[in-house]
Design a protein around this ligand. Structure first.
Ligand code: ADP
Length: 474
């Protein structure tokens, strides 16, 4: 048997038919519409073949037609969905930007009257010139307490909105666990003492704790929140305790426990809902129901976690887990120096640029305690700069949100004019967004203070600057 391939010679008509078919199928494959095949041949067999090929091509054509229709529909659908998504995204972006702006603006607006409430109340309590009666100082203490509560709430809501919009700036660093805990406990010590509670540190003293990676101030805020709750929801003669340990190689767990009223099991699922107080609003215990939510979100933002368990009538345990890290260099050497005792006898000329009359009055009253300090005021940046050039004050205190030129531009200008560029500028503002502080620092302010003003810290800073200007520290 001869197995060698035989070359077959096709009839010329058949060969043409096959070539035509291949050509048309190629067109169809490449997405083009196939046409018709025609032969100039009267052979009935070839005619039948052409008919068959055209039938096949007809089928291919309608299939291609159909696919193109589907493709077109899909394309239109994808375009429509993309447009809808983009629209929704834009609206969400506008919404969240506007919400952030609104909240920032709102917080600023609320801080301005709070600056008066808290500032004047502090002045009334601390005034060395006029002493309040016992009844009056109790009442003023209520004003101060209410003002600070409101301020806390404004800060919490602003923090929540910053987290929600991804605008929270965190300074993640290696933190000494013991410092974090001891500083937080110090903050709640007055509450523990006031309520006659006992504090226990249940951390094993023989174990050296690793450092943790977190934003120190934010982690402290979380811990203070938990410690505050452990005091607030405690029972008379109760205990607040803290236990810290490293676990699972990579984590440090700080547990805050109390022997207080606990949380009913049926309501535990509401714990992290904003403004949910789980019925405690009727008990007279002060609160707003956002602290735990904020604490949890802050911890998540730092790569940590918050969890709890609680027995009604027996107490609760809340624990924070944060990633461990190497122990940072101890800050003891710096602390050993202790605070510098400042003798408050400031002298000099202070220029306050501020457009809200009650804030101006508060500053006058604050600095009015010191007879050697002269206070000049200007209600706009332009007026302030003119006064600074004329009077060469020792310190400029600058509000930031001024009508006309704002405080940041004014500072920048002051720093560019040689005759006044060396005058220290303090920024004092209710706009506490992180970028405002950064912009003020970049413009050259010597210090940044938030409204409501912390009177003592502010006066201390003013004294230091005026003393330096007098050459007392030089
Ligand atoms: P706030 O204390 O301002 O109401 P939180 O968000 O801190 O807000 O807490 C929400 C609620 O959880 C509280 O109102 C209280 O009912 C409950 N809660 C929180 N901590 C404790 C605790 N340690 N013991 C009992 N209940 C607690």
């Amino acid at each position: 048997m001869d197995n060698a391939a035989k070359s077959v010679t096709l009839e010329p008509g058949l060969r043409d038919a096959i070539v035509a078919l291949i050509g048309q199928l190629r067109l169809a494959r490449d997405g083009n519409m196939p046409g018709q095949v025609r032969f100039n041949d009267e052979d009935p067999e070839l005619k039948a073949l052409a008919g068959l090929i055209n039938d096949i091509l007809g089928n291919v054509r309608s299939e291609v037609d159909h696919l193109q229709d589907v493709n077109r529909d899909l394309d239109a659908l994808v375009r429509q969905r993309t447009a809808e998504l983009e629209h929704a995204k834009t609206l969400a972006e506008i919404g969240s930007t506007q919400k952030s702006k609104f909240l920032a603006q709102m917080s600023h607006e609320l801080r301005t009257p709070l600056n008066s409430i808290i500032g004047f109340a502090q002045l009334l309590l601390d005034s060395k010139k006029e002493h309040l009666s016992e009844r009056q100082s109790k009442q003023v203490n209520h004003i101060l307490h209410g003002g600070r509560h409101l301020l806390g709430l404004i800060n919490d809501v602003l923090d929540l909105s910053m987290i929600e919009n991804g605008k929270l700036d965190l300074n993640l660093e290696a933190v000494e666990t013991e410092s974090l805990i001891s500083e937080s406990i110090e903050m709640v010590r007055p509450l523990i003492d006031r309520d006659g509670l006992t504090f226990e540190n249940r951390t094993d003293p023989d174990i050296e704790l690793p450092g943790i990676r977190c934003d120190f101030l934010r982690a402290k805020q979380c811990l203070i929140n938990l410690l505050n709750n452990a005091c607030k929801y405690n029972t008379p003669g109760g205990t607040v305790w803290v236990e810290t340990k490293a676990f699972k190689d990579d984590w440090v767990r700080i547990t805050v426990g109390d022997t207080g009223i606990g949380i009913p099991e049926a309501r535990q699922h509401e714990l992290f809902r904003p403004f949910s107080r789980l019925g405690r609003e009727e008990t007279g215990i002060e609160g707003s129901g956002v602290g735990l939510l904020l604490t949890r979100l802050l911890l998540h933002a730092m790569g940590g976690m918050l969890d709890f368990d609680s027995d009604e009538g027996k107490g609760s345990r809340f624990w924070i887990d944060l990633p461990r890290t190497e122990r940072p260099v101890s800050s003891e050497t710096v602390l050993e120096m202790g605070p510098v005792e400042i003798e408050k006898r400031p002298q000099g000329v202070v220029l306050y640029i501020e457009d809200i009359a009650s804030n101006v009055q508060l500053m006058r009253d604050m600095l009015g305690e010191y007879t050697d300090v002269q206070v000049l005021t200007a209600a706009s940046a332009e007026e302030g700069i003119a006064l600074a050039l004329e009077q060469l004050p020792d310190l400029i205190i600058m509000d930031i949100n001024l009508g006309g030129m704002n405080g940041i531009d004014a500072t920048r200008y002051i720093k560019s004019v040689p005759s006044i560029s060396n005058i220290p500028v303090f920024a004092l503002t209710g706009d506490v967004q992180e970028n405002t502080r950064a912009r003020c620092e970049e413009a050259g302010v010597a210090a940044f203070f938030e409204k409501p003003i912390k009177v003592n810290a502010f006066i201390d800073a003013v004294c230091v600057v005026l003393d330096q200007r007098l050459g007392r520290f030089l």
